[in-house]
Design a protein around this ligand. Structure first.
Ligand code: CMC
Length: 374
């Protein structure tokens, strides 16, 4: 490093310390609070992982029971929120609905202005509990269906899926969904989390930080990639088209969505776990074509470009097979990443320093303002 050296895209720059998660490029591993994410997927519910990210430890049985009770009691949306969301254009992107919803919750919060850790944790749990209701509301609104109210007798995943589809899907789908929530929950200083930390660093409020993070996640280079993956698998259509399609895509200099990563250059550690769930969902053979196209594209990308898939590659088809509309995929990512974002917002506030980098000016040299003729 020398003073004034530019790191475009902040690539390779270490901005701050964190105790929340570690992405290890060398060993291709991801840990949340020291626990390998694969082990968390095997042994924990998403509620336990949310608690872990916020508190640094897994909950005891009592803490978990208490948290579940609070979460179940916070799921219902106020009438003013639903009526505001109902007035948004039906064909707008669901991420716009989420961005508006969180902004509305902030404006509607009677504890606005109270930003100590206890209040911010309560606000985080509130958003965690209400986001599934918002996403399910939007999934049904897009289909012209009435919303289904949350059921306080059901866990996070079952309740959400019932609110979307009117019934609890088969166990392997609930499981695949829960695994996706755990894998999406946290990933260090990714673009949306960093956005949330930048907003927080000005001592703005948690809803403003989350609203901004939703905006960052929407883009196809970040969370929007899971939707883009499904569009491109549909565009390819058939496994026989993979090779010619890819050849043309390279001629057109297209980025292949769901591939590549800023940090992992030898493969995303979350992909094998999620792909295993995709294989289970397709084991009845009904979606053999989709799986064959999925495998063939991954193999071709590796062979031709040496580029591995990222987590958005398997989640796209998993969410499609579960019956979600494609534009709902990135909102599902929000439901999960709300845990990581809010953990980072609270961590930023613990030892805050305004995030304000420098730029190197390369525009025209200083000059005099001319006197206007006439
Ligand atoms: N398709 C085709 N070429 C690619 C891709 C891709 N998906 N990803 C990287 N490359 C090439 C890139 O063109 C470049 O080639 P060259 O050196 O010849 O110019 C080289 O690999 C290095 O790529 P880069 O764009 O400089 O790498 P980056 O670290 O800036 O970009 C990325 C990372 C994720 C933005 C990029 O890989 C990408 O655009 N991928 C597609 C979008 C995507 O799947 N995003 C999800 C990211 S992970 C999960 C999440 O956040 O949701």
């Amino acid at each position: 490093h020398h003073p004034g050296q530019i790191f475009r895209g902040l690539a390779g720059v270490v901005v701050d310390t964190t105790t929340i998660s570690m992405v290890n490029q060398e060993t291709n591993s991801l840990t949340y609070r020291g626990y390998p994410v694969q082990e968390l997927c095997e042994s924990c519910s998403f509620e336990e992982v949310a608690w872990l990210l916020w508190h640094g430890e897994l909950p005891t049985a009592n803490q978990l029971a208490e948290f579940k009770l609070v979460e179940r009691n916070r799921r219902t949306l106020g009438r003013n929120v639903t009526s505001a969301l109902s007035r948004l254009p039906e064909d707008c992107h669901p991420m716009d609905v989420l961005r508006t919803a969180i902004s509305y919750l902030g404006a509607d919060d009677p504890t606005e202005g109270l930003d100590d850790r206890d209040h911010n944790l309560a606000k985080s749990i509130d958003m965690f509990a209400k986001l599934p209701t918002i996403v399910a509301f939007e999934q049904r609104r897009r289909r012209g269906l009435e919303p289904i109210l949350p059921d306080a007798n059901l866990g996070y995943a079952e309740n959400f899926l019932q609110m979307c589809f009117g019934e609890i899907p088969p166990a392997e789908q609930v499981r695949a969904f829960e695994v996706s929530m755990i894998l999406y929950a946290e990933h260090s200083f990714n673009a949306s989390t960093f956005t949330a930390r930048v907003v927080t660093s000005t001592l703005s409020d948690i809803y403003s930080a989350v609203t901004a993070a939703i905006g960052a996640l929407k883009g196809p280079l970040h969370g929007g990639a899971n939707e883009a993956v499904m569009h491109l698998l549909a565009e390819i259509g058939d496994v026989a088209n993979v090779e010619p399609w890819l050849k043309q895509a390279f001629v057109d200099k297209r980025k292949i969505m769901g591939f590549g990563h800023r940090v992992y250059k030898n493969g995303d550690s979350r992909v094998p776990t999620m792909t295993a769930e995709l294989r289970k969902l397709t084991s009845d053979g009904k979606s053999a074509d989709l799986l064959a196209t999925y495998d063939a594209l991954a193999a071709a990308m590796l062979r031709v470009k040496d580029i591995h898939p990222n987590l958005d590659y398997p989640t796209g088809p998993v969410y499609h097979l579960m019956g979600f509309d494609i534009p709902i995929f990135t909102p599902l990512f929000v439901m999960s990443r709300i845990t990581g974002w809010t953990a980072h917002i609270m961590e930023q506030l613990e030892s805050n320093s305004l995030i304000r980098p420098l730029s190197s000016y390369v525009g025209v040299e200083q000059r005099k303002v001319p006197t206007l003729a006439g």
